[in-house]
Design a protein around this ligand. Structure first.
Ligand code: ADP
Ligand code: ADP
Length: 232
């Protein structure tokens, strides 16, 4: 099966007069190994869609499949396990643990699930994101960009089947952003991973194989083989 499939996905926040229809029947398929960018104006439902796809939020109606597993049929415990085993998150609200060093934060997903680190991958990830000389620092001793790199390294290290990234280069200068995106693209090709990335940045979106556009909670169009010009 495809890596991720959303069928007739709707999400309504609030009730009555305060009702907000954040998603209005979204149908979208993310093929295994594909790198897809989600673009659209602020408030168009990008974050909501990604949270529902990743099992961090529950849709009002419709279904989400991660591989052959349908999310709405899962208990909270099953959902937590599925996230842990199959999904990597690179979110702006880094979710780094303040008491742990950068290296401990990066290794956390492995430690939680009692898995051994792939030392070659670990070294490659740490060097590519440029954290070699920051490994012993705690998050408060790192810049926003460095924290984002830690979050990126942490997401890659457990080799998840699917990576959800929300503005992954938002806090990085353009050169670091480009390095990280090209690493992400290479790494996922080698490992056959699937990436779903929300971004405002046409340059970042051009690293994807495909861009889907949301407007007012609906998927309005998509383009293959994007360039920075074609997604503007
Ligand atoms: P985007 O990521 O494209 O900026 P969002 O998914 O954050 O869009 O938001 C889509 C719509 O849902 C917006 O109108 C937003 O105000 C609304 N929304 C998002 N989260 C909530 C929430 N927790 N409660 C109420 N409304 C929300
Ligand atoms: P638990 O506390 O039982 O591990 P959680 O739902 O808190 O369950 O987290 C499960 C996994 O999902 C964790 O690996 C965590 O990193 C990830 N996760 C949960 N919520 C978020 C979030 N808002 N942003 C990023 N990752 C999250």
């Amino acid at each position: 099966p495809p890596a991720v499939v959303a069928t007739n996905l709707t999400k309504v926040y609030g009730h009555g007069d305060a009702e907000v229809h954040a998603l209005r029947g979204v149908n979208v398929t993310f093929a295994t190994g594909a790198f897809t960018a989600i673009m659209g104006p602020s408030g168009s439902g990008k974050s909501t869609l990604m949270h529902c796809l990743a099992g961090l939020d529950t849709a009002t109606s419709g279904t989400v499949h991660i591989g052959d597993v349908e999310l709405t049929g899962l208990t909270d415990r099953q959902l937590t396990l599925l996230r842990r085993e199959r999904i990597g998150f690179v979110f702006q609200a880094f979710n780094l643990l303040p008491t742990l060093t950068a290296e401990q934060n990066i290794r956390l997903p492995l430690d939680i699930s009692a898995r051994q680190a792939d030392q070659v991958l670990l070294d490659r990830v740490i060097d590519t994101v440029g954290l070699r000389d920051r490994l012993a620092h705690r998050p408060t001793e790192l810049s926003g960009g460095q924290q984002q790199r830690v979050a990126m390294a942490r997401a890659l290290i457990s080799k998840p089947q699917v990576i959800f990234a929300d503005e992954p280069t938002g806090n990085l200068d353009s050169r670091s952003g480009a390095e990280i995106l090209s690493f992400l693209r290479t790494s996922v090709r080698e490992l056959g991973q699937t990436i779903v990335m929300v971004t405002h940045d046409p340059v970042a979106a051009a690293y994807a194989d495909r861009v889907v556009f949301l407007r007012d909670g609906e998927l309005i169009t998509e383009i293959a083989a994007p360039t920075p010009q074609s997604v503007l």
